[in-house]
Write a new protein. Structure first.
Length: 39
């Protein structure tokens, strides 16, 4: 019950957080350079 929910929550949350951090690190130079990809 609670233990399974905790394990599943961790297994889901960790990859999601790592993906978010990776995406932010990948896109950060675009915003810092001030040149949006749409232009």
């Amino acid at each position: 019950g609670a233990a399974l929910a905790t394990v599943v929550g961790v297994l889901v949350e960790v990859p999601v957080m790592l993906s978010v951090v990776w995406i932010v690190n990948r896109t950060k130079p675009w915003y810092e350079s001030g040149a949006p990809a749409s232009s």
